[in-house]
Design a protein around this ligand. Structure first.
Ligand code: 1HN
Length: 350
């Protein structure tokens, strides 16, 4: 029977019935089935663009409003307008811009949420992960896997800003969040800078190292200089993919899997003038422009003209077409490894 043919008496009888069963913790599936099992994704997240040139002053002002010590982490959340109040950029991921001023320390702690950083502005800060420091340089991709102690500091003379990406909404979904502070403000270095990269990121591995399949990588920094040189060589070889130009994923070099099990990250090079064919996938994706500028066309409805340090997010199953005005380098991250592990991930080349 169609809804229009349902008479008022029937509707009233149903309403009364729903009220009675609600007392017993019951609710009718047939009222919500269509919304629960849509024929294709209906994201509440929307496509959104954050222009760094407009944000920078507001980020620096946070440095006058609160200290890093007081804030614990001085971050402005990039909140998706379709997910207001949820501290999410996509349903499963969080993103924010973190500021650390000269002389400041962000104290050591650890949590079950996994984090990535992409350094955007300023130089001279460091992150320490699991007893090893790394100097943060623009474009560096740095990870702090779940339950690793991490702290940041800025012994330099410039404010430093980076993008944080965390799996906070995912851990919240599972009610699996734990956190603790280290007694000391900063970790004591137990290895020299560069140690992890030498041992695990040089086409070598320690003799007795046998990581579990989903173990995060011991390589916690992917230096921009190395990634950029690789992308330039790849682009110079030609043969761009029509939908991606040149796009590669960051990996755990010991397993070939994503650096962390919950968040996947990629680097992309678009030669000047290149225009991709549209592509959509079920992993809502956060993009950051590291170099160059261009346009992103989302579902052929929304156009973002992006420049350096801009961030934009593409929701699940909305198509993305990119155009580069100049040689352009994008960083991106999403929950793709989780969706793939669960057999949910789909992609369509249009
Ligand atoms: C965190 O630990 C950091 O370590 C940044 O820099 C952002 C957002 C929520 C929870 C923990 C960091 C965070 C965070």
């Amino acid at each position: 029977m169609s809804l229009s043919a349902t008479d008022a008496t029937t509707l009233e009888r149903r309403r009364a019935y729903y009220a009675r069963i609600a007392e017993h913790g019951l609710t009718p599936l047939w009222e919500v089935l269509g919304a629960l099992v849509p024929p294709q994704p209906r994201p509440k997240a929307v496509a959104q663009h954050w222009r760094y040139a407009e944000l920078r002053e507001h980020v620096l002002e946070a440095g006058r409003v609160i200290t890093a010590a007081e804030a614990e982490r001085r971050v402005l959340i990039l909140e998706n307008p379709g997910l207001q109040g949820q501290s999410c950029i996509t349903p499963s991921l969080y993103a924010g811009l973190q500021l650390i001023l000269p002389g400041e320390v962000a104290p050591a702690h650890r949590h079950t949420q996994s984090a990535l950083r992409l350094v955007l502005d300023g130089e001279g800060a460091y992150t320490a992960v699991d007893g090893e420091r790394t100097t943060m340089r623009r474009g560096d991709f740095i990870i702090t896997p779940a339950w690793t102690f991490h702290d940041h500091g800025n012994p330099g003379d410039q404010p430093v800003v980076w993008l944080d990406g965390l799996d906070i909404p995912t851990v919240r979904f599972f009610d699996a969040g734990f956190a603790e502070k280290l007694a000391a403000e900063s970790q004591t270095a137990i290895r020299p800078e560069g140690d992890a990269l030498a041992r695990y990121g040089s086409n070598l591995l320690p003799m007795d190292y046998a990581p579990a399949p989903a173990a995060p990588t011991k390589v916690f920094v992917y230096p921009h200089a190395k990634t950029r040189a690789a992308m330039q060589a790849i682009a110079a070889a030609g043969h761009p993919d029509p939908h991606l130009a040149h796009k590669l994923r960051y990996v755990n070099p010991a397993t070939g899997a994503s650096p962390m099990p919950t968040i996947g990250a990629c680097t992309q090079w678009l030669p000047a003038g290149f225009e991709t064919q549209p592509l959509r996938s079920t992993d809502a994706t956060v993009h950051v422009c590291l170099e160059g500028s261009g346009e992103a066309y989302i579902d052929e409805r929304t156009t973002f003209r992006f420049a350096e340090n801009d961030v934009f997010v593409v929701p699940s199953w909305q198509s993305l077409r990119l155009r580069a005005n100049r040689d352009t380098m994008l960083f991106s991250f999403s929950d793709r490894p989780m969706q793939q592990a669960l057999g949910l991930w789909r992609e369509q080349r249009l």
